[in-house]
Design a binder for this molecule. Structure first.
Ligand code: HEM
Length: 425
């Protein structure tokens, strides 16, 4: 692309009018924006940021950049279940509401608690790999449906103690609710999102009632922790409790499926990097960070200015809506050398795939573990897998992943190694 073409692409960019090509490849647009309009003003008055340094600066400045979404979401959702949900969860709130919910969740996701989940996770992943290995040789397998999409639902279901036989609807609910965070919505997406929030509230009311009657282990069971609140401190209001459970079930879901799917697609497309990982399986730790960087599962974040401020030399009025281009920051050459190249040993790798600052992903330790166990063990079992059809993107601007990732995978004769390095820090 010539310089003039890039400048014209940046000039015409509007998050609410994305061309089809953007969903396949947002990175060409991001590059044009970084070079020609890094603080891009859009038609609705909001701005879109694409530079790593600017985005990190916003994350750090909690006083000037708020996460409260009431103002932004009311015109989008009206008085609806989606509005109530998205404005009640911790991620879209500022302290102090944010702080107390975060503390309760974080207490169940310490490194010690995450390490304790590994054995069960390995068992789950190996069970899925056994099922794939048992399929007829040469059969095409959708790695999202049969593998990447099947792992987080179990992990997050365990975290909240959702009985196994009640987990089936969780993925569809999650897709519908998070899908409603896209920059623009069709009437159908709107209706699906609202129905999913209502259904999920109904389901969780029953689950909470059962858990109140029979509490779980308050060390590890997040639902019990949220119900009981802080010792001697405040408890969550009933709606707050339900909406934060919904958020948690959703937050750890599609993002992690996409990490696994994106990692497997990248390794299929970069054979030298795949060979490197096969030769040095311990690189799985840095490899997962690189997958998160180069194809960030969550591409966009949002804030609103609380006062007159500036970013990257551009003045912003109070109440300016700001979109953070996480996927762009993670390919910014000012931060990463050769940013479009997959380097599974990249170090340092200061990506912002999990955000940064007070809202940084509370589940990142768990997501990393899932990524390492799933991708590492898949590769050990099916080192020669290949894509059998072009990957089908999920066609979302916010969450980057696949609707389908069809592959052919023949297992090697020797079983997956039983020792893992995954939780070593
Ligand atoms: C690859 C997987 C994941 C990615 C890319 C991801 C990404 C993110 C990002 C970017 C944020 C920050 C949002 C903001 O600043 O506005 C966030 C917040 C959050 N994530 Fe994740 N996430 C992942 C997995 C998980 C998992 C597995 C869980 C739960 C176990 C989880 C729970 C949360 C929660 C509760 C927050 C809100 C934190 C707060 O507001 O303080 N995420 N995530």
């Amino acid at each position: 692309m010539t310089r003039d073409e890039a400048a014209s692409m940046a000039a015409g960019f509007d998050l609410k009018r994305l061309p089809d090509s953007f969903y396949d490849d947002p990175f060409t647009t991001y590059r044009a924006l970084r070079e020609h309009a890094p603080v891009k003003r859009m038609a609705d008055g909001s701005v879109f940021l694409t530079r790593h340094a600017d985005i990190v600066a916003v994350y750090k400045d909690v006083a000037s950049f708020s996460s409260d979404k009431r103002e932004e979401f009311f015109p989008k959702y009206g008085a609806s279940p989606l509005f109530e949900h998205h404005t009640t969860s911790l991620v879209f709130n500022d302290p102090p509401a944010h702080t107390r919910v975060r503390r309760l969740i974080a207490g169940a996701l310490t490194p010690k608690h995450i390490a304790a989940m590994e054995a069960r996770l390995v068992e789950l992943v190996d069970g899925l790999l056994d099922a794939l290995a048992a399929r007829p040789e040469g059969e095409k397998i959708d790695l999202i449906e049969s593998f990447g999409g099947a792992i987080p639902v179990e992990v997050i279901g365990n975290l909240l103690g959702v009985p196994r036989d009640e987990r089936a609807p969780l993925r569809a609910w999650s897709l519908a609710i998070l899908g409603a965070l896209e920059p623009t919505l069709t009437a159908e997406q709107h209706a699906l999102g609202n129905a999913a929030v209502s259904d999920m509230l109904g389901y969780l009311e029953g689950l909470v009632a059962r858990r109140r009657a029979a509490p779980g282990d308050s060390e590890t069971d997040v639902l019990t922790r949220l119900i009981q609140g802080e010792a001697g401190g405040e408890k969550l209001e009933p709606r707050e409790l339900l909406h934060n459970c919904i958020f948690l079930l959703n937050a750890g879901h599609e993002t992690t499926t996409n990490l696994i799917g994106n990692g497997l697609r990248l390794l299929a497309e970069w054979p030298d990097e795949r060979a490197r990982l096969l030769a040095e399986p311990d690189l799985v730790r840095t490899a997962v960070e690189e997958f998160l960087r180069i194809e960030s599962s969550n591409q966009l974040g949002n804030r609103i200015t609380t006062c007159a401020t500036e970013i990257g030399g551009t003045a912003l009025a109070p109440r300016t809506q700001v979109t953070l281009g996480i996927g762009s920051a993670n390919r910014d050459p000012a931060q990463f050398s050769d940013p479009d190249r997959l380097d599974i040993a990249r170090m340092p790798n200061r990506h912002v795939a999990f955000g940064s600052g007070i809202h940084q992903c509370v589940g990142m330790g768990l997501a990393r573990l899932e990524g390492r166990v799933a991708i590492g063990r898949f590769l050990a079992r099916f080192p020669n897998y290949r894509l059998a059809a072009p990957a089908v993107p999920a066609r979302r601007a916010r969450f980057r992943g696949h609707a389908r990732l069809v592959a052919v995978a023949a297992p090697i004769a020797s079983p997956t190694p039983t020792t893992t390095q995954e939780t070593r820090s």
